[in-house]
Design a protein around this ligand. Sequence first.
Ligand code: 13P
Ligand code: SF4
Length: 319
Amino acid sequence: AAEKAALKERIKRLLKEREAVLVAHYYVDGDLQDLAEETGGCVSDSLEMARFGRDHPAKTLVVAGVRFMGETAKILSPEKRILMPDLDATCSLDLGCPADEFSAFCDAHPDRTVVVYANTSAAVKARADWMVTSSIGLDIVAHLHAQGKKILWAPDKHLGSYIQKQTGADMLLWQGSCLVHDEFKGIELDLLKAEHPEARVLVHPESPANVVALADVVGSTTQLINAAQTMDATTFIVATDNGILHKMRAAAPGKHFIEAPTAGNSATCKSCAHCPWMAMNGLQNLADVLENFSNEIHVDPQVGKEAVRAIDRMLDFAA
Ligand code: 13P
Ligand code: SF4
């Protein structure tokens, strides 16, 4: 514990010395989330991370999350130095949507407006008309649908089909999924609900349709935390990465949170719903990158110029 406290102090000192700011996602280690808040950085969902990084005057951002978050920060602020604790922290959605195959898919459907989820590479974003995050995807697709647009959606099939059902839009879906949320199980969740009839169910829309169907609230990480805080209930079943529980418990003290069941989530596996790539962010590698200015994210400037249009459209829409 003393070692941990010393490491945290070192990070705080380095952030000041390096004039850097820490931007963290709710799925990373709780210590990193706390550090981000305590030092004037931010801990948030993907949309807010992007906006905060773009608007903050610091010349160096350290993004504690996964690669697409660092890339988005770089695309929005090419003049800033963007560092990440581990450059190998990726995402199954990003991995499952290679730019060349995606581009061929778009070429085969030129009549469709291309909407991609934030969880993609810079090259995939460069091919898109719009980028969206889970907090705003539904509103943007509803807006496009109202204009009579047909949509090509990638890569998350669950989020895509949820938005499709909600909006009635004509959506052609890429068949990707998040390896964490894909594991939540509808039948087991139904049984758990029966055990806790008073509980409210909070679900991230990267989860399968039969899990989303049991939700009281479907939303981004920030939206789920807000729901936990404001809803008139004391027990919640949470179907998203369990890194979120750190903030939920702090935001709603006295309330009780239960992890939704996954395939491996049994008496012997209490914490299966945790992203292995988010888990690559730690205090030690965070301190190291600040010390050495190592692990800098680079995005090809031409790709960045093309990708920024899709991201700016979303940010303008959200404004
Ligand atoms: P949000 O925080 O935008 O809901 O995204 C969830 C996610 O999958 C990040 O990896
Ligand atoms: Fe990707 Fe899922 Fe991990 Fe988020 S939790 S980074 S969507 S694999």
